[in-house]
Design a protein around this ligand. Structure first.
Ligand SMILES: CC(C)(COP(=O)(O)OP(=O)(O)OC[C@H]1O[C@@H](n2cnc3c(N)ncnc32)[C@H](O)[C@@H]1OP(=O)(O)O)[C@@H](O)C(=O)NCCC(=O)NCCS
Length: 231
């Protein structure tokens, strides 16, 4: 089947949101961070859409995998991959990103009002994860040029194991190789994701243990060093 990998545009957002929601329905981090009894799928979709809009406004590398519409594929988007570009730690956050951070916070506030809350997101766990993630990046991100950070990667279940994820990732890893910049990702699913990412050139560097009482979630942190091509 002809799969096209193209940069995401605003019109792709609704289908990309659905692709991500479906792909992450059984994700361990998702189950740890959200209270299933209070989960609101529409609030979650609105939040994801706001985040994708943020990514587009920040000119983040976001790619979608598209197939021609058919009975088997009622949605043309079968995969999404969103990266943050490398940000050298010595440089301050650009004002344009800072402004988009604020815009996203305002959008999230308005969504809280519209939906009467965060749709089941456990705020304590969310902040715990963010803190642990920041501490881990401080230790693991040693390259002064920064890292391409894979923020979201999802492929529809019907299309997995067919090379779609690899094609989506390669758009940016090829660029990273040209730039000589490392790549980084976190996955809360050990199996089969560790094997899949190792095949894409990533190596496990550490794990983040998010623990709240009896409930725990482990995040596998992986780095891909740039491949230097022989001259
Ligand atoms: C992780 C995910 C994006 C991978 O996408 P995919 O399209 O299935 O992966 P690909 O078909 O491109 O496979 C890449 C490589 O991994 C291998 N692979 C794929 N699935 C595998 C599996 N279940 N077990 C072992 N190897 C596997 C492929 O054979 C391929 O290897 P090759 O380069 O030697 O040919 C997809 O499985 C997914 O969306 N999972 C659910 C959401 C998720 O976990 N996202 C990641 C969060 S970090």
């Amino acid at each position: 089947m002809a799969v096209q990998i193209v940069p995401m545009i605003k019109q792709d957002i609704p289908e990309a949101v659905e692709c991500v929601q479906t792909a992450f329905a059984d994700d361990p981090y998702f189950h740890w961070a959200f209270d299933s009894s209070a989960y609101n799928i529409d609030r979650n979709a609105a939040s994801l859409a706001a985040h994708f809009q943020y990514g587009l406004n920040c000119n983040s590398p976001i790619y979608v995998a598209k197939v021609p519409l058919s009975d088997k594929h009622p949605s043309s988007i079968v995969g999404v991959c969103w990266w943050f570009g490398p940000q050298p730690p010595s440089k301050p956050t650009p004002w344009s990103i800072w402004a988009q951070d604020w815009l996203l916070s305002i959008r999230q506030f308005l969504l809280n009002v519209r939906f009467g809350g965060r749709g089941g997101l456990n705020l304590y766990r969310y902040h715990l994860w963010k803190t642990l993630q920041r501490e881990t990046h401080d230790v693991v991100w040693t390259d002064p040029r920064g890292y391409y950070f894979c923020n979201v990667l999802a492929v529809s279940s019907a299309m997995r194991g067919m090379g779609v994820g690899k094609k989506l990732v390669e758009v940016v890893t090829r660029q990273a190789d040209r730039d000589g910049i490392p790549c980084y990702l976190e996955s809360s699913k050990g199996f089969p994701n560790l094997i899949i990412y190792e095949k894409m050139g990533f190596e496990l560097v550490t794990e983040i243990d998010c623990v709240d009482g009896q409930d725990a979630c482990q995040l596998y942190c992986m780095v891909r060093k740039p491949t230097m091509k022989a001259e």
